[in-house]
Design a protein around this ligand. Structure first.
Ligand code: ZN
Length: 277
């Protein structure tokens, strides 16, 4: 696909955190009015709400609830922290069920006071523990590898190879992988690992944004598609060649964009989606 070909919006999903200044009702209304077809809901957007009614509201706006973000953060040197994480993931599964989505994205977690190997072992144990609940609720769990700059405290799973290894070891139809271009675009094995993930039928989600140079903040300076150096179309072509036919999810954390008029930002997201995804 050349970058001149424009996408229609049938595969466009937006994460609520992308337009964080809007509450979920405003996000739903505005996404829907602008032709967006899917929404991924961040749990903070649900505070104080009846989840069933919120799910109905989203469906009334003709939005597919693509996933709930996020579960995970399993590791902890202390048992109490790991136990609290399991409880929180069980709540996330209930929330996903009530909201009417069949996918939870997992940011696996890490604890800098212990080794990465220990954190990975605890991630394995944490996910294993909640698989029965996920299965009972009909909710899949997508392991999202995070860029290694977050290996200290956000995730000890940092490459597609590690995510594939973990999913293969867990060996459950309820566990797969989420590919987020921001985290994995630099990986020389990316295409190979996307193929492996597809062959396992484990590729459950695809997240897009861009990598700005310089990046002013490690967390909240993601770029709009086309603003940075990520070959988004190329990665999308690999993801689709692997058999994935789900939504392209726009997930942008940006202190800069959150300060701007979100209606203008949404129009810019749509233009960037048509042109660069
Ligand atoms: Zn993501």
């Amino acid at each position: 696909m050349s970058s001149k070909q424009l996408n229609n919006l049938s595969g466009l999903c937006i994460h609520t955190i992308t337009t964080k200044p809007w509450n979920i009702e405003e996000a739903a209304k505005n996404y829907s009015a602008n032709g967006v077809k899917g929404i991924t809901v961040w749990r903070d957007a649900l505070t104080g709400r009846n989840l069933k009614k919120t799910g109905d509201m989203l469906h009334k706006h003709n939005l597919s609830v693509v996933s709930l973000c996020r579960g995970g953060f399993f590791p902890g040197k202390e048992y109490s922290r790991r136990k609290a994480a399991i409880d929180d993931n069980r709540r996330a599964i209930e929330e996903a069920f009530e909201l009417g989505t069949n996918l939870i994205v997992l940011v696996c977690g890490a604890d800098p006071s212990q080794s990465l190997e220990d954190s990975r072992k605890q991630i394995f144990e944490g996910i294993s523990t909640i698989i029965p609940e996920a299965k009972a609720a009909g909710v899949k769990l997508a392991i999202e590898p995070l860029h290694p700059m977050y290996a200290d405290s956000r995730s000890a799973i940092n490459t597609m190879a590690q995510a594939n290894d973990l999913a293969e070891t867990l060996n459950s139809p309820w566990v797969g992988v989420a590919v987020d271009v921001y985290h994995v675009w630099w990986d020389p094995n990316l295409e190979k690992e996307i193929v492996r993930c597809g062959n396992n039928k484990s590729l459950l989600a695809f997240h897009v944004c861009d990598w700005k140079t310089p990046t002013a903040d490690m967390l909240n300076d993601r770029g709009l598609m086309g603003e940075g150096c990520i070959p988004i179309r190329k990665i999308r072509s690999w993801v689709e060649a692997s058999g994935f036919n789900g939504f392209n999810e726009v997930e942008i954390f940006s202190a800069e964009y959150w300060k701007t008029d979100q209606s203008v930002f949404l129009k810019n997201i749509i233009t960037a989606y048509k042109t660069y995804v």
